[in-house]
Design a protein around this ligand. Structure first.
Ligand code: GBH
Length: 461
């Protein structure tokens, strides 16, 4: 195929696939692991769809060898995995569980042997339950506890890890865990959520210095940034507030040493307004990074409520005068998330690059959930996932053409896995998992991804 027929990615572009510890490992109390808030939450009736839990998940605690073989089949250059904090420190403080370190040593050594770079996230939501009992992310002391955990991880694995990600999506941790309560620890308290926001950032900053002291690998953080699309001019101001509440409260402190001015005076969304900022905090939070990780799934459309107070078809009321909108004509995934590839290009050019400039950016997650099924001849022909993947890769390529230094892309996810409050009902994998037998089956999207990775290019049609 001539180069005119493909979108070529820059030489050295890093292709990867991602997972997270609680979503795949299982081994919930194996070999000295302590309980996490997700063990507690998933075993609390009514919290997770179908009463599912991560006790076994994809059993990667035992089957990591198969996972590495699948990564080899995809041909990816890197695997993004996360560490279970309570597997390494059962109570989150002090004593280290050597068997927990052994597990990650086996995984990391297996990856290195296979020529796959380990990209390691320190925290992807499975807080040690003992730390939650001490207040969790709402307790400022957690910044020190997390710094100590980062030092342990840096010393143990820093010689073989290729890049570190301190936190995965702190917005979800604070907002969904402490404000909505849809995720562990299941709290609904705006004051605790805004405290968590600030303490997550302090913890991140402490982890950056701890990792610098023990490892030469690049360090970043992964944020889930929102693209808010106002459908009328009046809704533009509301969209800007929503972006400040999700993007600004992380991007501004990390890159500009302050919280968003737009939220000044709003103590339920701005940690500054809530009085959490102490002298020196922004120096810790603003520790220089080597890259920014960006997770992206779907844009969000917003409008103003009609004068009669009645939401129209496709509108959900979100405030006294605002609505969230599902516009006509866009595909929608099994998660009810919109499919609009151009929004990832808008995110990178309009929101990310103006803040990060020349700093490398990695897409650390992007993917979609569909109602996959195995056909009689034993295949998963997931055409929607392929369309989503191609569309988003073309848009990422467009952002690179616009000048955004995107250095890599990690597909979410390597495997169908425990999709948090949705349990096993929602599948995101390039690999299908039969949870009754733990059999893994490469989906058609996995084959397509392997061919894109091998070509370092996306066929145009
Ligand atoms: C990620 O979070 C997680 O890091 C990962 O563990 C998880 O499995 C994966 O995504 C899939 O869920 O309702 O249309 O406005 C994603 C967090 C936050 C994604 C809010 C979409 C809203 C979309 N997300 N969000 S919409």
């Amino acid at each position: 195929m001539s180069t005119d027929d493909q979108l070529r990615f820059p030489d050295g572009f890093l292709w990867g696939a991602a997972t997270a510890a609680y979503q795949i490992e299982g081994g919930a109390d194996a070999e000295g692991k302590g309980p996490s808030i997700w063990d507690t939450f998933s075993h609390t009736p009514g919290k997770v769809f179908h009463g599912d839990n991560g006790d076994v998940a994809c059993d990667s605690f035992h089957r990591y060898g198969e996972d590495i073989a699948l990564l080899k089949r995809l041909g990816v250059g890197s695997y993004r995995l996360s560490l279970s904090w309570p597997r390494i420190q059962p109570t989150g403080r002090g004593e280290v569980n050597a068997k927990g370190l052994d597990y990650y040593n086996r995984v990391i050594d297996g990856l290195v042997e296979a020529g796959i770079e380990p990209s390691v996230t320190l925290y992807h939501w499975d807080l040690p339950q003992a730390l939650q009992d001490a207040g969790g992310w709402a307790n400022r002391d957690i910044a020190d506890w997390f710094g100590e955990f980062a030092a342990i991880a840096g010393e143990a694995f820093g010689d073989r890890v290729s890049r570190w990600i301190t936190l995965n999506e702190p917005w979800v941790v604070a907002h969904v865990g402490y404000r909505d309560g849809r995720h562990a620890p299941g709290i609904q308290d705006p004051a605790l959520a805004v405290a968590a926001n600030h303490h997550l950032l302090l913890a991140h900053g402490n982890a950056v210095s701890a990792l610098r002291a023990s490892s030469a690998a690049p360090v970043g953080i992964t944020l889930n940034l929102t693209v808010e699309r106002p459908v009328t001019p009046e809704a533009a101001a509301h969209a800007a507030v929503l972006e400040a509440r999700q993007n600004g409260v992380y991007l501004d402190p990390i890159f500009h040493g302050r919280y968003p001015e737009l939220l000044d005076g709003d103590a339920s969304f701005s940690p500054a307004a809530a009085g959490h900022v102490r002298d020196g905090d922004f120096e810790i939070i603003g520790a220089p990074l080597d890259f920014l990780g960006v997770n992206f799934y779907a844009p969000h459309y917003v409008g103003m409520l009609h004068a009669d107070g009645e939401p129209r078809r496709g509108e959900t009321v979100t405030g006294p005068d605002t609505v969230s909108i599902q516009p006509d004509g866009l595909p929608i995934t099994a998660m009810n998330w919109l499919v609009e590839p151009g929004s990832i290009r808008e995110l990178l050019t309009r929101i990310v690059a103006p803040v990060t400039g020349a700093l490398p950016v990695y897409i650390t997650e992007n993917g979609s959930s569909w109602h996959d099924y195995v056909t009689q001849d034993g295949q998963v022909n997931d055409l929607e996932r392929i369309a989503y993947l191609r569309g988003h890769l073309a848009a990422v390529h467009g952002a690179i053409a616009d000048g955004v230094p995107v250095k890599g892309y990690f597909a979410w996810s390597l495997l169908d896995n425990f999709e948090w409050a949705e349990g096993y009902a929602k599948r995101f994998g390039l690999v299908y998992v039969d949870f009754a037998t733990q059999e893994r089956l490469l989906k058609r999207s996995g084959e397509v991804y392997a061919s894109i990775v091998a070509a370092n290019a996306l066929p145009k049609a």
